[in-house]
Design a protein around this ligand. Structure first.
Ligand code: UD1
Length: 345
């Protein structure tokens, strides 16, 4: 049996793709939701829209400092794993939920499978970088979305169990394209014409834990908004900062966080994406929309090399080309086949 740990918004999207493939392969999965993201718009909507199986465990851990949050998750996940006795624990990405799941499993001698292994920003001030390094070094199966990620692991001496399978978010994007077009009413609701606007998101600690840095990001976005209006679905962490902002947000339209289908549609029809999210940098490329990353480095280096993404510290894109790394929409199937060899069913 596979014990899956999820907790934060991007993990629901990745788990939706892989859960489908696990079910199709006849593998039994028990899902634990740590509770890290808990608002209906940050969690519930993804389970409903993407038909993710109901979690067997809802641990209710959120809104605490990194140590307290990770520690509480660790304790509760360990207790659940002792009861469930899984063959393998499956974790996603780089959040506190990821590292708590990996550490709980490794201490119980349960194999850990990590989806989105090997990403590195080489900036250890990012909480996510610490979570990635620790999780990768505890994992027995490491599913890399790109060749660059696999090479990072090799440089750290991790060779066994490394598989460059492609990107599960790309699987989800392909699987949902038609549904997003048919079901999402976001453009009508916001009265937006295709191609007339840009999309922005900001939530990273490096941009939101300091008011002066947040103001710099807003000023940069305001400059861009002179060219075309910006729609900005807002993370709860960022909403608190916007409330205290002493600047006009002319032509930056703040809206509530969106579900997956609405966000897919909004990005698909946009003219540009400005973000500090990892997932959105890639999604912009999936929809062939140019992106500017509001950070001083990115883990998704191939999006920059292929000319679809640039850091806001650089003023030009590389020549544009396609990216082969993300695969053909069957990364989740490959993961199900690999993880099946660890699970007794
Ligand atoms: C977390 C991840 C980050 C990931 C992001 C995706 C870590 C260290 N960070 O950051 O890697 O990119 O998720 O969105 O794990 N909040 C709500 N309602 C919610 C969710 C959060 O009000 O549904 C509030 C929390 O109470 C907290 C703040 O938002 O005050 C930040 O939430 P937290 O889970 O600590 O980190 P994120 O910034 O979401």
């Amino acid at each position: 049996m596979i014990f899956t740990v999820v907790g934060a918004r991007p993990q629901f999207i990745k788990a939706a793709a892989v859960s489908r493939a696990l079910a199709a392969a006849g593998l039994r999965e028990v899902i634990a939701h740590t509770g890290q993201h808990f608002d209906a718009s940050m969690s519930g909507v993804f389970f409903t829209e993407l038909e993710i199986p109901e979690p067997a465990y809802n641990l209710g851990v959120h809104s605490a400092g990194h140590g307290a949050m990770t520690g509480r998750m660790l304790e509760k996940l360990e207790a659940a794993m002792i009861v469930e006795k899984p063959d393998v624990v499956l974790v996603y990405g780089d959040t506190n939920s990821t590292v708590a799941g990996a550490l709980a499993a490794a201490k119980l001698h349960i194999p850990v499978a990590h989806v989105e292994a090997g990403l590195r920003s080489f900036n250890k001030r990012m909480p996510e970088e610490l979570n990635r390094i620790v999780t990768d070094h505890l994992s027995t199966q490491l599913y890399c979305p790109t060749q660059a990620a696999a090479a990072n692991l090799s440089r750290e001496g991790i060779h066994a169990g490394v598989h460059a399978v492609g990107d599960v978010m790309y699987d989800m994007c392909l699987a949902s394209a038609v549904r997003a077009e048919e079901r999402s009413t976001i453009l009508g609701r916001l009265e937006l014409a295709p191609g007339s606007y840009a999309v922005a998101t900001i939530h990273r600690a490096e941009n939101t834990s300091d008011a002066a840095q947040f103001a710099r990001v807003i000023d940069w976005l305001s400059g861009q908004a002179r060219e075309r209006p910006i729609v900005m679905p807002i993370h709860p962490r960022t909403a608190k900062l916007v409330a205290g902002l002493d600047r006009e947000l002319a032509r930056i339209r703040i809206i509530e966080p969106l579900g997956y289908l609405d966000m897919t549609r909004l990005v698909h029809q946009s003219a540009a994406v400005f973000t500090d999210s990892g997932g959105l940098q890639k999604e912009a490329y999936f929809h062939r929309v140019p992106c500017v990353t509001l950070r001083s480095e990115t883990e998704w280096v191939e999006t920059v090399a292929a000319g679809w993404n640039r850091l806001w510290t650089s003023d030009r894109y590389e020549p544009r080309k396609d990216i082969a790394d993300y695969g053909d929409g069957r990364a989740s199937e490959k993961i199900a086949a690999l993880i099946g060899s660890l699970s007794a069913g």
